[in-house]
Every structure is written in structure tokens, then in C-alpha cells.
Design a protein around this ligand. Structure first.
Ligand code: SAH
Ligand code: SF4
Ligand code: F3S
Length: 449
């Protein structure tokens, strides 16, 4: 039942895809309550920032945004309009009431495990004008309680299958902001995937902070791993493609590697963060794998799926990192050959073990190492894309491009593709003959059927 409501909300999402998924679920719940979305903060009765705590820059951005939103709230107040400001996501979880101390205009702080309580808490914030901080980790499953129907905004739909992390890498806030590892049951995921497929989704991107550690209960009561979940979801009518992220090298099972060879819907792309090529650094990071193990794992993945596109995350300038350590990372990158990657300067995060290490690396040294690594990764990305020149690949088109007859989508290898064709290809898969490649994208034509 839809509540009578003429209110509008503005929602801004920071951070990873899990936050994007959570924002979609919040938007669906708000729509069910009769809210409509606006892109104009000045027009919003409710402003939600879904925040990220992973690096200092991401977290600080939230406070500068909040300053601007407070000014808007003040202006609206002079016009007789109320504005509820809510901070959700990982900054909410990590900083709790510190947020309302730093920015008293905030009405509601809500952690990622409490979103099912959002509608009720908004009403409380509106009526009682008290500040609410809700950062419990409830035992029940948050999204079971949010019954709004799934919608899609793209033929590629996110589906969170696992949350939280038990790995405790020494640099990382995720185990504190998202809590312990939890896998959603298979039946619930199948039901949600069917809903997404019925809404027009062609691709499922299975999400988890540690997605390949997935071990959800099957209807039989037995726990199944990610490989079996993928096999089951691949059976759903309409689902043409499946991807998953983010994985940890320690949880890359033989079964999952085999799925890459055996399940046609499973796309030839693997995002497998390694962080560093130095065993000394990997140990200090508590990564639980060595560089040689990672390289061996990649060889096994490539044996199963020779054309697979590999992606990773890197941290440069972790405390104590020397030139030799940085060189070992460069050597690992050369040994593997990545199709794309993300690399970051180490950012000390409050409450994590690495933040209190004494041997922090100076900022300019971090910057130099980051540039060197990124130059190599950029070169590899360009080379990977160049290899697809002249080939024909199925592309799932997500939206029209800027030029007439142009559509934008993704190749099986997650490359961004601009293609021209005769017809409307949004939401559909079509073959593309690749005519031009650049570092970050490809161009091509869709041959007439
Ligand atoms: N769950 C994923 C992603 C975690 S966050 C995983 O386990 O890989 C995404 C990336 O952010 C990490 O892979 C890491 O490279 C980076 N990251 C995490 N904490 C960081 C920090 N304190 N400083 C810099 N980069 C960080
Ligand atoms: Fe963070 Fe490590 Fe867990 Fe990834 S595996 S979320 S980097 S603690
Ligand atoms: Fe950021 Fe939280 Fe995701 S810290 S990366 S939004 S899990």
C-alpha cells in the first residue's frame, strides 16, 4: 500500500557497488512510501548521503557536502520548509554520533545494517525533531524486511549476495563498518534474481565485500558456495550474463575456477585484488596470501578460461614499504598482465592496526610510486584493449550515446564500448565489430541483422 505523500528525496551515493545496491533498495522503499526522487537538493524534503569510509578523502568529502546541505536546509527553513538530513553507509557506521557532533544539522545517522528501519526512523526524525543514531548490527536480514518490489535502472543489475568481512586486512575499515561475513540464503537470491529478470535485467552482478567466500543456505539446508549459486542463477530465464565482485585470493575455490570454464553465462572477467607484490607487505597487511600464490592462482584461472580479463586493486605506500617492495609490485604486474586495475595511496584509517604503525611512508614517495604503477597498468589496459581490434564481440547495451544511432555498453571483458547501429539497442545484447580501441574504451559498429 502506498502512503499518501508528496515529499521528495535527494540521494547521493559514495563508495563501492554495495552502496549503490543499498541506495537502490532505499530508493525502492521510499518510492513505496510515496516519495519521489529529485536531482535538486534545494527541492528535497529528505536528503540522504550514502557514504564511504574506505579512504580519508572519501570520508571527508561527506563533511564538505554536509556543510553545503546545512546552508540549503537553513534557506528552506526561512521559506517555511523542513528538511531531514540523513547520513547512511559506512561513515555512519564508523563515526555514529560523532557525525551529529561535527554537523548538528544532521537529523539521522543510519548504519548499513539498519536500512529496513529507514521509513520508521524518518517519521521519527520528522515528528520528534530528535537526533537519531542507529548503528546496531541486528541479527535478522535487513533486506527481507524491505519488501518493496525490485526495479532496474540498467540491464545490468546489482544483487548483493554476501555482506561483511572476516579477513581484517590491517589497512581496512570494512570489517568494522559492515560487520561479520554473512551470506544471504539461496532461495531469497533466486527470488530476487527472478524479479530483476522480469523487470528486464539481462546481467546480474553478484556483490559482496568478500563475494567468493559466499556460503549461503540452499533450500535443502546445505550450505552452497558461490560457484553453485552462479550455476543456479544462470538457469533463470532472461539472465544472459553473470559477474561477481569483489573476491579474495584465499577464497578462489577450484569449483569457482571450473565455473569459469563451464558456465557460458559467467563472463570472462575477474576482479581479484592483490594489493602488493611484496610478501613482506602482504604479511604486514594480513592478506593471508603470498605473491607467488597469487601468480599461481592466476595461472589456474587462465588454464580454465584463457581469454579472461584480469583486474585488481593495489595499495602503494603501506607503512614500511621500501623501494624494493614497490619494485616487487611492479614485477607482479608485469608477470600477470592486467586488463584494468584500481590503485590507491595508502590512507591511514582510524581504528585499523596499520594506522598506528610508526613507519608511515611520506606523501611524495607514495605519489611517485602510484604514478609509476599507474603508468604500467594504463599501458597494460591499452594493450589488452588493442588486442580486441578487428574482433566481433557481444555487447550488452545500457544506454544511448551522445551521437545519433550510438549506444553504450559493456563487452564480455567489461570494456566500455561505443557502437553505432540501426535500431534501438538499449537493454539488448548485439554483436559489435570493433573498429577502434583506446585505453579506456572501444568503438565499433553493430552490423545490420
Ligand atoms: N572487499 C574488497 C574491497 C575492499 S575496499 C576486497 O577485499 O578487496 C576496495 C579497495 O580499497 C581495496 O581492495 C584496497 O585496495 C583499497 N583500500 C582499502 N583500504 C584502504 C586504505 N586504508 N588505503 C588505501 N586503499 C585502501
Ligand atoms: Fe577489507 Fe581485506 Fe576484507 Fe577486503 S578482504 S574487505 S580489503 S579486510
Ligand atoms: Fe566504502 Fe563501505 Fe564500500 S567503506 S568501499 S562503502 S563497504
Amino acid at each position: 500500500m502506498q502512503r499518501a505523500n508528496t515529499k521528495t528525496y535527494f540521494l547521493k551515493t559514495f563508495g563501492c557497488q554495495m552502496n549503490v545496491y543499498d541506495s537502490e533498495r532505499m530508493a525502492e522503499a521510499l518510492a513505496r512510501d510515496g516519495y519521489s526522487q529529485t536531482d535538486d537538493v534545494g527541492n528535497a524534503d529528505l536528503v540522504i548521503l550514502n557514504t564511504c569510509h574506505i579512504r580519508e578523502k572519501a570520508a571527508e568529502k561527506v563533511y564538505s557536502d554536509l556543510g553545503r546541505i546545512r546552508d540549503i536546509k537553513d534557506t528552506r527553513k526561512r521559506d517555511g520548509k523542513e528538511t531531514v538530513i540523513a547520513v547512511a553507509g559506512c561513515v555512519a557506521q564508523a563515526e555514529g554520533s560523532e557525525i551529529t557532533r561535527r554537523q548538528p544539522a544532521v537529523d539521522l545517522v543510519i548504519g548499513p545494517q539498519s536500512y529496513h528501519r529507514l521509513p520508521e526512523l524518518i517519521v521519527r526524525a520528522e515528528t520528534k525533531s530528535e537526533r537519531i543514531v542507529e548503528t546496531e548490527f541486528p541479527g535478522d536480514e535487513k533486506f527481507t524486511a524491505m519488501k518493496a518490489p525490485r526495479r532496474i535502472s540498467s540491464p545490468s543489475a546489482f544483487l548483493t549476495v554476501q555482506e561483511g568481512c572476516d579477513k581484517f586486512c590491517t589497512f581496512c575499515v570494512v570489517p568494522y563498518t559492515r560487520g561479520a561475513e554473512f551470506s544471504r540464503p539461496v532461495a531469497k537470491l533466486e527470488a530476487e534474481a527472478r524479479e530483476l529478470a522480469a523487470a528486464g535485467a539481462k546481467e546480474l552482478v553478484l556483490l559482496g565485500q568478500n563475494v567468493n567466500a559466499y556460503h549461503g543456505d540452499a533450500p535443502s539446508g546445505r550450505a552452497v558456495g558461490l560457484a553453485e549459486l552462479i550455476r543456479r542463477l544462470a538457469d533463470i530465464d532472461g539472465i544472459e550474463r553473470i559477474r561477481y565482485m569483489t573476491s579474495h585470493p584465499r577464497d578462489m575455490s577450484d569449483d569457482l575456477i571450473a565455473a569459469h570454464a563451464e558456465v557460458p553465462q559467467l563472463m570472462p572477467f575477474l576482479h581479484l585484488p592483490v594489493q602488493s607484490g611484496s610478501d613482506r607487505m602482504l604479511r604486514a597487511m594480513n592478506r593471508k596470501h603470498r605473491a607467488a600464490e597469487y601468480i599461481d592462482l592466476i595461472a589456474r584461472v587462465r588454464a580454465a578460461r584463457p581469454d579472461i580479463a584480469l583486474s585488481s586493486d593495489f595499495i602503494v605506500g603501506f607503512p614500511g614499504e621500501t623501494e624494493e617492495d614497490a619494485e616487487e609490485t611492479i614485477a607482479l604486474v608485469k608477470a600477470v598482465g592486467f586488463a584494468q586495475a584500481f590503485s590507491f595511496k595508502y590512507s591511514p584509517r582510524p581504528g585499523t592496526p596499520a594506522a598506528s604503525l610508526e613507519v608511515q611512508v611520506p606523501e611524495d614517495v607514495k605519489t611517485g610510486r602510484l604514478h609509476r604503477l599507474q603508468a604500467l597498468l594504463d599501458e597494460q589496459q591499452g594493450a589488452f584493449n588493442a588486442k580486441t581490434l578487428g574482433s566481433t564481440m557481444p555487447v550488452l547495451f545500457e544506454r544511448p550515446g551522445r551521437n545519433p544511432g550510438e549506444f553504450i555498453g559493456r563487452s564480455p571483458y567489461l570494456q566500455l564500448v561505443h557502437a553505432v547501429g540501426d535500431g534501438n539497442f538499449t537493454g539488448r545484447t548485439a554483436n559489435v565489430a570493433v573498429t577502434e580501441t583506446r585505453r579506456v574504451s572501444l568503438s565499433g559498429v553493430i552490423p545490420a541483422a
